[in-house]
Design a binder for this molecule. Sequence first.
Ligand SMILES: [Zn+2]
Length: 712
Amino acid sequence: MLKGITALIASGVIALGTIYTLPTVADANFGPSNPFYAPSTLPFHAPPFDKIKDEDYQPAIEAGMAEQIREMQAIADNAAAPTFENTLVVMEKTGQLFQRATAAFDAVSGANTYPLLQKVRAEEAPRRAAHDDAIYLNARLFSRVAAVYKQRESLKLDPESLRLLEVTYDKFIRAGANLSEADKAELKKLNEELSTLSNTFTTKLLAATKDGAYVTTDQSALAGLSEEQIAVAAQAAKSRKLEGYLLPLQNTTQQPELGSLSVRATREAIFEKSWNRAERGDANDTRDIVSRMAQLRARRAQLLGYPNHAAWKLGDQMAKTPEAALKFMDALVPSATAKAVSEAKDIQNVIDAQKGGFTLQPWDWDFYSEQVRKAKYDLNEAEVKPYFELNNVLENGVFYAAEQLYGITFKERKDIPVYHPDVRVFEVSDADGKTLALFYCDYFKRDNKNGGAWMSNFVNQSKLLGMLPVVFNVANLPKPAPGEPALISFTDVTAMFHEFGHALNGIFANTEYPSLSGTATARDFVEFPSQFNEHWALYPAVFVHYAKHYKTGAAMPPELAAKVRRAQTFNQGYKLTELLAAAELDMQWHTLPASASLQQPDAFEKQALEKTHLLLTAVPPRYRSSYFSHIWGGGYSASYYAYLWSEMLDDDAYQWFEDNGGLTRASGDRFRQMVLSRGNTQDLAKMYAAWRGKNPGVEPMMKYRGLRQSGQ
Ligand SMILES: [Zn+2]
């Protein structure tokens, strides 16, 4: 995962405000005593966490927004004719206080939050959205950008500057800056209605998911769960003042308990609760919202000059068009479904061998595939974890792979202030000894930390502003008791490599303009460097270097290492098919034209899956339309494919490394020079093809997922 300013801006709904100046209430509270007032004097302009107090953030963010609006307005009001220098370059220099304050605030309020920070976050979220609108709907500012854009052929700009001009112009256009006043008014109404519907969808789905919990007073219905799970279920019922046991619903179609519940009727009942959670014809039914949102989004796209919502959303992505994303998914469908069908056969054999006397249904899949997994791939976590001690994984695995590939080295710095004692800071140096970046890591779980793992920047690299990158990784690994080693699972090892892949994208950033730097790339590209870096976790020369017993230092026994490796391909037909089904649903909804009639979600869904050859009885989509919150409640509309798209890129890229000697400095340096350091300074598809020597293909992805049918 990747968080940061770009993620916030890209969070989907553009709430169009009409205010072009923001209230500067906080200006009075903001002065030289605030640690954000002036640029940090610490090395790399690192945030002065020894001086920052929780109450310093809000006045700095408010003053930062006001300052940026004044700076932008000064550009808009400039009496001189618009030039690239006096418009685009000066725009890149605006908002430095805002950037300093929000980077530190977003990091701390995500990883080490307190009630005051939560309050500030809630208050500032809509103001930050309005702040963006105030810039991108400023008509005078847009007219200057547009004037420079019109002359772009004759300006003889260097490629990065031309890219900045194109990207900036495109942002204005996509926000609706080019529309007539009447159309802007309609756009504002559409955005408001969509934003309200999206909120209502989220609220209803939350209630529907809560109501969808499975409740029973009969403990024998829960046979297969552990004593601990049953105690948790009893506690969950009690907390809702109910008798018996309660299993809450997760957001996905499949539910975690279905892997262990041995009573088939219980499994079926839970699945039914999940599948129909938001389709009960009651107050929490979301189907009308889904249909209406699809229609309004199509209309908004039409207004902005696009054939459908997906075309609007994908315009600035690597895939560029819905057709390209659909073509990519279509190419995966035959192998994914064929593999799922063969997995289903394995499962049916188990059912028949046990004289089940029934045909496999979705609620049976996990229960029996778990038995197949145990027979074929059993991996005992307790056996594996002693070989994955956190610091050893970090220094002899994650850092080691980067040293081998890119020649960089790491030196811990204890003199840089941190926001929590668990945070460690490393200075990263280049092969020639030149200093490159600061890297912070904050790996242990805390109650006041958001779930999951992510990467972001405290300081964005920019030659224009003379800034080197300051990046950080956050995770939620279990913290050991004092004096005990932190032993982690292989999934967590992979997560560390993943987040460090994002970090490398930031560390190697080497661009002129801050808005094009590092991870400021498209959604279907940004997970590529991180997922690519995951591959090195299992690369033999890297694996043997870190997978050592924390007590004895002995290498992991080869049979165990082989099991770790083999487990990666388990159940991949199912997993890929359910993802493809969800991604196809998303794309089918969002390629509807504005002229399409209001859809009936169940019929639409069935048709969409049938049309894309993904209507498999035993493999339902990972999310059904009526509870697909990524696309109706979050910012992932027409973007769910991006997960798979970036997987195609990372596997295809790793294939190139395999074909070119594997882990070598020459290959690493070339990748760094042509991809990792380039940020968004080039068209991403062209950048990739220039490095790879051709466009990416799906073959390597099918190979690494174990989907090749040959020899099986
Ligand atoms: Zn990520």
